[in-house]
Write a protein that binds this ligand. Structure first.
Ligand code: ATP
Ligand code: MG
Ligand code: MG
Length: 552
C-alpha cells in the first residue's frame, strides 16, 4: 500500500475513532467570514476540513462566520460557495453563525445571571490599558462587580439601539491576572448599528469571534474544529465557554495547524481588498491575485491546487512556502492534460522562398505526447509563416541553435529549413526572415528523421488568428511582502506583473476555444482563454511559463 503517512490531525482522528469517541462520528466545518474572496490559504483549510470528513466517513458543513456586519456582504457568500465547489468539495449543510444569534444571546444572559459576565462602560482604550501585559497582571474594571440586574438591563439596551457604538461592551468575568491574556475578562459582545446582511436590524449587540465560534461548533455537533495556529492561545477560552454552556460530555475539539503563506504574495484579506478597491488589480479575480477566483481565471486547475496543498502538508510550525512549488504543480497537471498548440507572442514573418506561392499543405501534429489518447490534428503550412522574433538572430553566438543566416532548423511537425537572410527597415529593424525548405525532410519522406539542433514553432500567415496575450508575473517583488512591516506594501508591487501583448498570433484551431480552456503554447508556457475573450477578440492569459525563469 503506497498510502502516505498520516499527518498529526489524521492521527488524532484515527485515534478518536479507535477509542469510539463521539460514537465514531466525524464532523468538521469550514468557517469563512464572508468579508472577502477565498484565497489559496483558505484552500489549505478547505482541503483539510472537507478531506478529513471525506476520508473518515464524516460530514463537513459550510458555516459562514458572519458576526461582523461592518465588513460582510452576500457577494462574498456567493463567491465562497462557488470556489469551494470548483475545488471539488461539497458541504453537507450551509449554516450561518447569525442563525445562532438568539442562542448566543441566551447563553450570554445565562453568564450574566451566574455572575460570569458584566457590562463595561469604559472606553476601548481604558479596557486595553487595564489588560496589563503577559508579565504584568491586569486591573479590574470599576464595573466588574456591578449588580447582575444592572448588567442585564444594560445588555438589553445594548441590543435595542439605545446605546451608541463603542459606549458599552459585555465582558466575561474570568481572571484579570491570568497568564493567558485571553482570560483577562474578554469582550464577548459589542454594539454595531450597521444592518446585517441576513438579520437586518434585528440585532444591535453582536458576539465576538471567540464567543461565537466554539458555541457554533457545539450547536452543530462538530467533533474536530480545525483552525490555524494563531488560535492556539484562544483554545483555553474556547474550552472555558463550552464548559459553562454544555450539560453533556460532548465537546468539539479545537486543533490548530500551520497556515499557508506563499512567497511573492500575501494572504491578508484586508490588503487584498485594498488592491481591489484602489484598482491596482482588476478585481478579486484578477489573475495575479492569490484568490481562488484569480487562480481559476488564470488557468490554475483544482487538481493542481489540491496536489500542491497535499505536497506541503500540515504541521505545527508556521513558515512560508515557495510559490514555485505551486507553479510546479500547475505545470505538471497542465503538461499531462492540455493540447499543445502554436502561439507566437512577438511575431515576425518567415518566408520560405523556394516554396510555391498559393500552396497549402496539411501537417499532422500530435496533440499531447504525454497522452496518446488525445490524438492528433492537422496544421496548415504555407509559404509565409509567423515565427517568434527571438527565434532569428542576424549575428548569433555559437550556441544559438535557431535561425541565423546559414543555419538549419526544423519547423515543428514540418520541414527543415535553412536560413538565407533577412530584410530590414530604414532603422535597421529586421522585418522579414528568409529561408529555403528541404522537401525531403517532411514526415514520411526519406530525410524525415534527419536531426538538426533546433526546432521552432510557426503559424501559417493566411491561417493565423490575432490574439491579445496577457503575460502575468508575480504580484510582489519581494519574497515576503507581509514581513516588510516598515514599508507600505504597495511600494513592493512588481510593476511588470502584467504585460499586455496585442499583436500575437495563434493557430486557427483555437477559434472555438472557450473561456477557461487551457493550452500549452509550445516552447513558451501554458495559456488559457480569458473570460473577456470573444471570437473576434481572442484574449489569452499566461497561466505559467514553461520553465521557472524568475530571477532573484
Ligand atoms: P482575515 O483575518 O484576513 O479576515 P481569516 O484568516 O480570518 O482572514 P476566515 O474567513 O476567517 O479568514 O478563514 C476561514 C478559515 O480559513 C479559518 O478556519 C482560517 O483559519 C482558515 N485560513 C485562513 N487563512 C488561512 C491560511 N493562510 N492558511 C490556512 N488556513 C487559513
Ligand atoms: Mg477574519
Ligand atoms: Mg478568521
Amino acid at each position: 500500500e503506497n498510502r502516505k503517512s498520516l499527518n498529526f490531525i489524521e492521527q488524532i482522528v484515527e485515534n478518536d475513532l479507535k477509542e469510539g469517541k463521539n460514537d465514531g462520528r466525524i464532523q468538521t466545518r469550514f468557517p469563512p467570514e464572508p468579508n472577502g474572496y477565498l484565497h489559496i490559504g483558505h484552500a489549505k483549510a478547505i482541503c483539510l476540513d472537507f478531506g478529513i470528513a471525506e476520508n473518515y466517513g464524516g460530514i463537513c458543513n459550510l458555516r459562514f462566520d458572519d458576526t461582523n456586519p461592518v465588513k460582510e456582504d452576500v457577494e462574498y457568500v456567493d463567491s465562497i460557495m462557488e470556489d469551494i465547489k470548483w475545488l471539488g468539495f461539497h458541504w453537507e449543510n450551509v449554516y450561518y453563525a447569525s442563525d445562532y444569534f438568539q442562542q448566543l444571546w441566551d447563553f450570554a444572559v445565562k453568564l450574566i445571571k451566574e455572575g460570569k459576565a458584566y457590562v463595561d462602560e469604559q472606553t476601548a482604550e481604558e479596557i486595553a490599558i487595564q489588560k496589563g501585559t503577559p508579565t504584568i497582571p491586569g486591573t479590574n474594571s470599576p464595573f466588574r462587580d456591578r449588580p447582575i440586574e444592572e448588567s442585564l438591563e444594560l445588555f438589553n439596551k445594548m441590543n435595542s439601539g439605545e446605546i451608541p457604538e463603542g459606549k458599552m461592551v459585555l465582558r466575561a468575568k474570568i481572571d484579570m491576572s491570568s497568564s493567558n491574556m485571553h482570560f483577562r475578562d474578554p469582550i464577548i459582545y459589542r454594539v454595531i448599528h450597521i444592518p446585517h446582511h441576513r438579520t437586518g436590524t434585528t440585532w444591535k449587540a453582536y458576539p465576538m469571534y471567540d464567543f461565537a465560534h466554539g458555541q457554533s461548533d457545539y450547536f452543530e455537533g462538530v467533533t474536530h474544529s480545525l483552525c490555524t495556529l494563531e488560535f492556539e492561545v484562544h483554545r483555553p477560552l474556547y474550552d472555558w465557554f463550552l464548559d459553562q454552556l454544555a450539560d453533556t460530555d460532548y465537546r468539539p475539539r479545537q486543533i490548530e495547524f500551520n497556515r499557508l503563506n506563499l512567497t511573492y504574495t500575501m494572504m491578508s484579506k484586508r490588503k487584498l481588498l485594498q488592491l481591489v478597491q484602489e484598482k491596482i488589480v482588476s478585481g478579486w479575480d484578477d489573475p495575479r491575485m492569490p484568490t481562488i477566483a484569480g487562480m481559476r481565471r488564470r488557468g490554475y486547475t483544482p487538481r493542481a491546487i489540491r496536489n500542491f496543498i497535499d505536497s506541503i502538508g500540515y504541521t505545527k510550525y508556521d513558515g512560508i512556502n515557495d510559490i514555485s512549488l505551486l507553479e510546479f504543480a500547475v505545470r505538471e497537471d497542465l503538461n499531462a492534460h492540455v493540447t499543445r498548440v502554436s502561439g507566437v507572442i512577438d511575431p515576425i514573418k518567415l518566408i520560405i522562398t523556394n516554396y510555391p506561392e498559393g500552396k497549402v499543405e496539411e501537417m499532422s501534429t500530435i496533440n499531447n505526447p504525454e497522452d496518446e489518447s488525445m490524438g492528433s490534428r492537422n496544421l496548415k503550412f504555407s509559404r509565409e509563416l509567423w515565427i517568434e522574433r527571438e527565434d532569428f538572430m542576424e549575428d548569433a553566438p555559437k550556441k544559438y541553435f535557431r535561425l541565423t543566416p546559414g543555419s538549419e532548423v526544423r519547423l515543428k511537425s514540418a520541414y527543415i529549413v535553412k536560413c538565407t537572410g533577412c530584410k530590414k527597415d530604414e532603422e535597421g529593424n529586421v522585418i522579414e526572415v528568409y529561408a529555403e525548405y528541404d522537401p525531403d525532410t517532411k514526415s514520411g519522406m526519406p530525410e524525415a528523421n534527419r536531426r538538426v539542433k533546433g526546432t521552432i514553432h510557426w503559424i501559417s500567415v493566411p491561417h493565423a488568428m490575432d490574439a491579445e496575450v496577457r503575460l502575468y508575473d508575480r504580484l510582489f517583488l519581494v519574497e515576503d511582502p507581509a514581513g516588510e512591516k516598515d514599508k507600505d506594501f504597495k511600494e513592493l508591487l512588481n510593476p511588470d506583473s502584467l504585460i499586455i501583448k496585442k499583436n500575437c498570433k495563434v493557430e486557427e484551431f483555437l477559434k472555438d476555444a472557450k473561456p477557461g480552456d487551457s493550452f500549452q503554447f509550445q516552447r513558451i508556457g501554458y495559456f488559457n482563454v480569458d473570460i473577456e475573450s470573444t471570437p473576434d477578440n481572442l484574449v489569452f492569459n499566461r497561466t505559467v511559463a514553461l520553465r521557472d525563469s524568475w530571477k532573484k
